[in-house]
Design a protein around this ligand. Sequence first.
Ligand code: A2P
Length: 269
Amino acid sequence: QTALKTDAKPAVKTLPDAQTVTAVRHWTGDLFSFRVTRPQSLRFRSGEFVMIGLLKDDGKPLLRAYSIASPSWDDELEFYSIKVQDGPLTSRLQHIQPGDQIILRPKPVGTLVLDALLPGKRLWLFATGTGIAPFASLIRDPETYERYDEIILTHTCREVAALDYGRELVEETLNHEFIGEEARAKLRYFPTTTREESPQMGRITDLLRSGEVFEKLGIPPINAETDRGMVCGSLAFNMEIKEILEGYGLREGANSEPAEYVVEKAFVG
Ligand code: A2P
């Protein structure tokens, strides 16, 4: 259907920022991930996002911010997306197939980067839904393990199936030939569900307030001296986590002024 398909007429001009889809995986009825070719010159820091999209019928690009989920050492780029049935972009993007082309503006930016945090011992990565995407990159970055003694990835979703992408990601990371050893020593995974029975139920915000997450992980509570945080979820989620982290004395950082935690909204197409 799309004018960007590679099997379209050879006369069709390739867009300057076109990249080719190499793989697509549908995780649930409303979640999918896909891989595309990587522009040779593209360098990015783990946790950053780029603008990607498709051409509209009027020939103009329709672009949205997507966190790069793949590590910076990967030859390809991976993205993880929700499917919004009446969403201008994702209603179409969910139908992409290997060989199709998408537009990718090769200008990565974002605040969920290691450089926006002051040195610390323990790094918390708090995600809901597709907010896990930037952390998929960060937990596969050797630098994350160089900078921290412990990395705790929390992921809260409504249903069990929505955790699958993260669960598989963590398993692959722990078994990876280059970073597996570091990850096995330092990475902790804390998945929770809110609307379907699972071993760990509840919003991470409530589990932090009650202290249950510290008990379950067998660690002391968050401490501004040692703990750093990265937050990526819905607006309401981000606000609540911010309040909790500020309550522990952590301050929000930025690229220009590193501090104890950073936040970015999970993008919805
Ligand atoms: P809940 O089911 O209690 O709303 P969504 O699918 O709406 O983006 O939510 C993804 C996950 O994030 C759900 O498990 C949801 O829990 C949880 N969530 C939504 N808002 C908040 C919030 N303000 N604080 C903590 N968790 C939240």
